[in-house]
Design a protein around this ligand. Sequence first.
Ligand code: GLV
Length: 303
Amino acid sequence: MADPADAGEWRDYLSTLAPELEFRQWPDIGNPAEVRYILAWEPLANLAEQFRNLRVLYAAGAGVDQFELTQLPDQVSLVRLVDSSMADIMAEYVLYGVLALHRDILTYQEDQRGGRWQPRPIVHASQRRVGVMGVGNLGRAALDRLQPLGFQLSGWNRSLKNVPGGCCYVGLEQLEDFLGQCDILVNMLPLTVETDGILNAARLSCLPRGAGLINVGRGAHVVEQDLLDALDAGQVGGAVLDVLLQEPPSRQSPFWKHPRVLLTPHIASDVQVEGGVAVIAENLRREEEGRPLLNLVDRSKGY
Ligand code: GLV
């Protein structure tokens, strides 16, 4: 279910890493009852009725919020195709965003446009506190890349995780304390009913005044009007946004031209075909041996 060039790439890697699989491209899928695995980014209508023998739905990406998890029959596993190269690419973007906010590039860009040559004091990385929300495989890769730069690091997660060189705040009861010590906040959470709208006015007001925000999760994590208000009030000093509630945003969206916003079109990372196929190939072996699948989504958690 992709454009033919993309599908061709999946087909090529699959024929090398999992030659036992016959590959069919939507809509030429033959008898749906023969389909065991589906690789898709978008949800399909009537999945369970159409594909009676489906075993695994492979979500071609890191997030699975586009799927209605309650509609998936119990016997169908949902697997995310995130791999270490996807995490590396994401970490690179996070690094870029952190450095841009840390070195006040949004201000210097405004100065450049306004013809002002105005150096400002430099803050040492060791004086800058960077917090990552969501310490899963993507969050951890970002933290690992940030650590050698000397920032003070912390993480916020649903359960306790190891944060290189820093501490992990856990659960909603520690969220405000976490936010209170983030000069730069990086959102890398999965979108679930619990995290939808998590960055609202009340939470943004917990950040130190003038803090920076990087959003590489989902647009819906942030209450956009609350962020715009916080940016205009100076409570949030700058935002690097790779995701928005509506993508692309409408022509009238204030995010296009906001001087304190650096906007990119959902490119922070993308599924990596070779690594994704390696997950599929490994899961074929695990299925045969009755071992748990890699990257299996826990439906009770929603990621
Ligand atoms: C992209 O946003 C993904 O979830 O893979």
